[in-house]
Ligand binder design. Structure first.
Ligand code: CO
Length: 143
């Protein structure tokens, strides 16, 4: 069902400090930054092998990430798996009785399509599925 671990999402309190840690100290290349108002986050994406580390800095509003952050503070937030077709995977998951947060895909960073599975259905792990846009699928690093 899933082809890769696409990224690990990490909620951070101080994005600048976290970027310095992952980028400068750990030496991971920063490949993308984007604010997703729908999710209420500022995101910094780092390359690590064929996967990514996604730093999530919550904006000040009531969203999935800010609610998590208020409850649990900074730390591991979600695991994301890459899929070829997010709609199809959602149908398969629904057919398997997996509880979903998103019945329909949302727009993720870099033009991706994403959806979240309910953590209660995955042993307490907030789980995301990601479909890359055509433009990223040709990137040799991620195929
Ligand atoms: Co993510």
């Amino acid at each position: 069902m899933f082809s890769h671990v696409d990224h690990i999402g990490i909620a951070v309190a101080d994005l600048a400090a976290a970027k310095a840690l992952y980028g400068d100290t750990f030496g991971m290349p920063l490949v993308h930054q984007e604010t997703l108002t729908d999710f209420g986050v500022r995101i910094a994406l780092f390359d690590i092998g064929s996967s990514h580390i996604e730093l999530l800095s919550p904006l000040d509003n009531d969203t999935l990430v800010s609610r998590f952050f208020d409850k649990q503070g900074p730390g591991l937030h979600h695991v994301a798996y890459r899929v070829p077709d997010v709609e199809k995977t959602l149908d398969q998951l629904r057919g398997s009785g997996i509880k979903l947060i998103d019945d329909h895909p949302r727009r993720g960073i870099r033009g991706s399509r994403v959806a979240f599975l309910h953590p209660k259905a995955v042993g307490g792990v907030l789980t995301e599925i990601v479909e890359y846009p055509e433009s990223l699928q040709s990137d040799s690093n991620i195929t």
